[in-house]
Structure formats: structure tokens, C-alpha cells
Design a protein around this ligand. Sequence first.
Ligand SMILES: Cc1cc2nc3c(=O)[nH]c(=O)nc-3n(C[C@H](O)[C@H](O)[C@H](O)COP(=O)(O)OP(=O)(O)OC[C@H]3O[C@@H](n4cnc5c(N)ncnc54)[C@H](O)[C@@H]3O)c2cc1C
Ligand code: HEM
Length: 492
Amino acid sequence: MLNVPSQSFPAPSSQQRVASGGRSKVPLKQGRSLMDWIRLTKSGKDLTGLRGRLIEVTEEELKKHNKKDDCWICIRGFVYNVSPYMEYHPGGEDELMRAAGSDGTDLFDQVHRWVNYESMLKECLVGRMAIKPAVPKDCREEKKVLNGMLPKSQVSDTLAKEGPSSPSYDWFQTDSLVTIVIYTKQKDINLDSVIVDHQDDSFRAETIIKDYSYIIHMGLSREIQEDFSVRVVENVGKIEIVLKKKENTSWKRLGHPLENHNLLIPKKDTGLYYRKCQLISKEGVTHDTKLFCLMLPASTHLQVPVGQHVYLKLTITGTEIVKPYTPVSDFLLSEFKEPVLLNNKYIYFLIKIYPAGLFTPELDHLHIAGTGFTPMVKILNYALTNIPGLRKVKLMFFNKTEDDIIWRSQLEKLAFKDKRFDVEFVLSAPTSEWNGKRGYISPALLSQFLKRSLDNSRVLICICGPTPFTEQGIRLLHDLNFSKDEIHSFTA
Ligand SMILES: Cc1cc2nc3c(=O)[nH]c(=O)nc-3n(C[C@H](O)[C@H](O)[C@H](O)COP(=O)(O)OP(=O)(O)OC[C@H]3O[C@@H](n4cnc5c(N)ncnc54)[C@H](O)[C@@H]3O)c2cc1C
Ligand code: HEM
């Protein structure tokens, strides 16, 4: 769902820049919105004129289809009949016609690389471009990659002259850890410069070096745990990615190379890479703008550099729609009432909701994913500011690891500042350094924490989390003699 773009913000030809130069969306005729287009593509109408047949298109053939009512465009090797889309194109018919009968890939990427044309135009697919006879391979390309060093042949001539000197990688292991070391040979490398993802056995690390990306992409030979750590030794340009083995066995090799592995390629050629994020919270900021907090998966390391944007993708009635958004930076966030978490796992966006828009109303309707904590923050804020005579508010916060604790420092600060508030973090899978409470919700933990100040004083206990957690919590609270009226659970 999320993607880091290759270009700086706003990109040289992004809509945000061009808008100031006077170019903007053209007014579309009634009934020609993106939603109308999606409906048309689902109607079963033959939009290519080929009755579902896919053909191989030669350059000569492509050139012939260059009129509005017969317009084919090639993007990344696939040819689409865009005539039915003409009137629906938000950039206008003339813009689309600039690529008529030709390869429009570069033009398309310059204007809106993020637009998910594959999904939007799937009913307009005519076929593939015919493959030209292959040019004989330079025998130097056959050279083996040794010790993770990038052979010269894999860096193009221009790149060798203008680009950064070729990075390389190595790896080593202990019983429980595998460390991948990337030598960038650049001094200005920091944690923003590296994006790491792994899923099942596939591992991908992209190191951004000026306008290039150095990719490590491997099918790992053994299983690793979901979380990992990334360290950067800035002055020598070294990046260390420490993976945790699932089993303490010795690995004979790191794994096998996957697409683009050990290559330094222009950033714009790396493709778009999405991660499934959870919507953690959504807070109104003005009448139509909201602060959204998304949580990245534990298997991703990604820090969006200031001012750059990412792409959010949603499937709207079966079609993937992508829009760019710019994460907001810390200093902006401190202005908001809600405590916000400033760690790598969370990304915040200020997004204006257009009631008649396509993407933002869908985004606004997404359910908040259950850390269970958002309702608690609201209650905390309300109780501490609005209830006169309030004696005590306690928060018992169950998480797996320290990294999972949302808004920890803010909660600790609040407990320090306001004597009426106490917080207790309980971890089910802490590291050996953790000296706080451990375990799962249990009678022992609850009875220590939940004490009436007087025998007859009344309490309100709010409980929120995944359903089994909430249900067990309610059972235990009843066993501890808290009445039904004293317990409030947040359930879907
Ligand atoms: C680099 C970049 C970064 C961005 N960052 C942010 C950000 O941080 N926060 C943010 O809120 N937005 C940001 N945007 C804008 C964002 O990407 C979306 O364009 C915006 O959220 C609108 O999406 P939508 O699909 O809901 O609305 P759309 O469907 O695009 O509609 C928006 C409005 O325009 C009207 N409209 C649509 N088409 C036409 C037309 N042809 N003629 C006249 N009116 C029309 C609609 O009725 C609606 O009122 C960014 C854009 C770019 C390019
Ligand atoms: C290759 C030639 C193309 C050119 C030159 C072009 C140009 C443009 C321009 C200038 C805009 C800007 C509108 C604005 O300022 O908001 C735009 C928007 C758009 N174009 Fe294209 N376009 C091309 C091809 C396509 C294709 C093939 C698709 C297929 C799906 C497409 C889908 C869109 C969409 C969805 C938007 C709206 C983006 C948004 O609001 O986020 N375009 N296009």
C-alpha cells in the first residue's frame, strides 16, 4: 500500500510543480469521472475492439493507431487502446494524444509515474510489443559476481562516469544473527537512505545513493524472524542490517539472487514497491482535513525523507487507485493535542477529504486497526481535562515488545507531569533488558494494578484490544468482583 517515490519533492514534472505553471486537471464532461470509468470497465463492453484477443504489436502497427478514435499507446512493453479512455483522462485528451501511436512510457512517468494504469486500463489491453531480435550479449556480462562486488559490466558507461562509485556488500553470521553489510563508499548516508523489506524468504534492501539505487535482493537460504535492525556508520558510509535467525544453525550461504540483485540502477527504474500498512488513528484537524497515522509492517524499515512523498493505494470497486501524499514532519505534529509517536514504524499524513473525490472518501472510511489504544487516548484526554474531582486514572498497556508501545515517551511524560495519572507497560515478549512487568493479561497482574482507593469507591474500567483479549479481560474483572456497570469494553 505504501511506496517511496524515486524523485525529490515536488518532482521536476510532478503535478504539484506543474500546477503552479498553470497546467491543471481539465474539466471533464458529466459522467466522465474516474468512478464512471471504473463502471465502464466493469460493464463487460469490448473496449479494445479485439473481443478479448491479445495480439503482438509491431512498431509499424503501433504507429498506425494515432488518432483520437483509434489511439494505441505503449507503456512498459504493453500496448493499450486508450480511445475509450480519452474523455475520462483527467489530464485531457490533448495530453493523452501526445503519446498516440508511440511508446509513452517516459512521458507517462514524467507526469504521473504513480498512476496505476495496469489496473485502470486492464480492459483496454491490446497486447505486447513484438520483441526485436536480441543483440548478441557482451561476453563481459557473463562474468561472475564475486564476494558481492559489483562487476564493472553491470554499471553502464554513463553511470560509471557520472554516478557514485560502485557499492558492494558482504555478510557474516553468529549463532543467532545474520548481518548484511553494505559498503556504499559515500559519506552522506543515513537511515533515510536505506529501505529494507522482507517477506517469507525474500529479502530486499535498497540503498539510495544520489540518483541511484543499490539493490540487494535475495531469496534467503533459511528463515528469519520478522523484525530486524538497521545501523548506519555515517562517516564511512557503511550500513549494517542485522537479521535474527529463526533457528540457531549455521548458514552455508546467504541465499540466491533475485531480480536486480547487486545492481546499481537509476532510482527511477526501481519500480514501485508497496507494503501493507495499518491505519492506527485518524483525527480531525480542520472541518475537512484529517491527521492519519499509518503503521508499517515490522518487516519493513523505511524513513521517508523530509518533503518527499509516498504513494497510497486502495482497491476501489476492484480497481487499484494510487495517489501521492506527503508525510508530515515532527514539528508540525507537536502542535496537535493527541500525543504522537515519533518512531520509524509510524507515518503521519495531513489529508484533505474531498466528499466528491474518489480516493479520500474511501480512505476516510477505512477502519482503524486495532491497537485498541486510540479510544483510550480520547478517554484519557477527556478524563484529565473535563472531570472535576477525578482522583486517579491508570493505564495498563499490554504489548509484545518495547518497540510496539505507541506514544511511550508521551505517556511517561504525562505520568510525570500529572500525579493523577499512572501508566504500566506489560510486555509478552520483552528483551532480557526489560525490567518492567511481563506476561499476558492475568488475575495476578490485574489485581496488583486495579485497587479501589476505598472499599466502597466506584471505578470505571475501560478495556480495548483484540476480541479474545477483551473477552478474557472482562471475565477476569468479573472474577475480581468488579461489577458489570464498572466495566466498559470497546468492541467492533
Ligand atoms: C506530490 C503530491 C503530494 C501530495 N500530498 C498530499 C498531502 O499530503 N495531503 C493531501 O491532502 N493531498 C496531497 N496530494 C493530493 C492527493 O494526491 C490527491 O490528489 C487528493 O487527495 C485528491 O484525491 P481524491 O481522489 O479524493 O479526489 P479527486 O477524485 O482527485 O477529486 C478532488 C476534487 O476535484 C474534483 N475534480 C476531480 N476531477 C475533476 C476535473 N476533471 N475537473 C474539475 N474538478 C475535478 C472532485 O470533484 C473533487 O472535489 C498530493 C499530490 C501530489 C501530486
Ligand atoms: C502518456 C501520455 C500521458 C500524458 C502526457 C498525461 C498527462 C496527464 C496530465 C498533464 C495530468 C494532470 C492533471 C493534473 O494536473 O491534475 C494527468 C492526470 C492523470 N492521468 Fe494522464 N497522461 C498520460 C497518460 C495517461 C494514461 C495512459 C493514463 C491511464 C490510466 C492516465 C491517467 C491519468 C490519471 C488517473 C490522472 C489523474 C491523476 C490524479 O488526480 O492523481 N494518464 N495526465
